[in-house]
Design a protein around this ligand. Structure first.
Ligand SMILES: C[S@@+](CC[C@H](N)C(=O)[O-])C[C@H]1O[C@@H](n2cnc3c(N)ncnc32)[C@H](O)[C@@H]1O
Length: 196
């Protein structure tokens, strides 16, 4: 099967080159809100984010960061064809701001946004990243009210724009099947058969 590639070096919150309802599959890993390495990128997009962080107002910064991502999700919805899929890799963030530890649940915020845009949620993939650290359930000390579980996973969220795609005739169905690569792979020595 031959493929065609075109790369646009432009921000995803304004995909002017891409037509409405034209994309079958979108896979992306955006900057994760409240993970420190992405603070600068978000603050450049909206300086109010930098100010909220400086003031120790984590939750304000978190929602402002999501406002920036929401511009991208709006574009994602526009360009997806009906029945098209969006796969979003996102990690929640744990962070201590103003001496206060908490989780910033980006996956929940993104799910809400996609549902509001009109997408349907599909079962997500949980990317487990286990640690064997001996203190993993006692992150902040031995006092039960202060202890918390270690964050050991990220999400790959899956959304569909509207209902399942239907192939109107057998020719189109055949074309769809051609996109399927069925084969054999291995994980830790065990053979896996499936879509690769
Ligand atoms: C979590 S990283 C993804 C890294 C990528 N998957 C890789 O393996 O290199 C997020 C990326 O999104 C880029 N980014 C941030 N805002 C963007 C925007 N509005 N449009 C397009 N890319 C953006 C960042 O520069 C960063 O490279």
């Amino acid at each position: 099967m031959s493929t065609f590639h075109k790369i646009f070096y432009t921000p995803s919150n304004k995909m002017e080159e891409v037509q409405d309802d034209s994309i079958a599959l979108i896979i992306t890993s955006p900057p994760y809100p409240m993970i420190e390495i992405w603070d600068d990128i978000f603050s450049k997009q909206n300086p109010e984010i930098g100010r909220a962080l400086e003031e120790g107002n984590g939750i304000k910064a978190f929602f402002l960061m999501h406002e920036e991502l929401n511009k991208v999700w709006k574009e994602v919805y526009r360009v997806l064809m009906p029945g098209g899929l969006a796969c979003i890799n996102i990690g929640d963030a744990t962070r201590t701001i103003d001496n206060n530890f908490q989780l910033f649940p980006s996956h929940a915020t993104i799910i809400n946004t996609f549902l509001e845009l009109g997408c349907q949620s599909l079962p997500e993939i949980l990317w487990r990243k286990q640690t064997n650290a001996p203190n993993k359930f006692m992150g902040s000390g031995m006092m039960p009210p202060g202890a918390y579980a270690t964050l050991e996973h990220e999400f790959i969220l899956l959304f569909r724009k509207g209902r399942k795609r239907e192939f109107k005739n057998s020719k189109l169905k055949k074309k769809g099947m051609k996109a399927l690569i069925f084969g054999r792979s291995e994980i830790r020595g065990f053979p896996i058969y499936g879509w690769i």
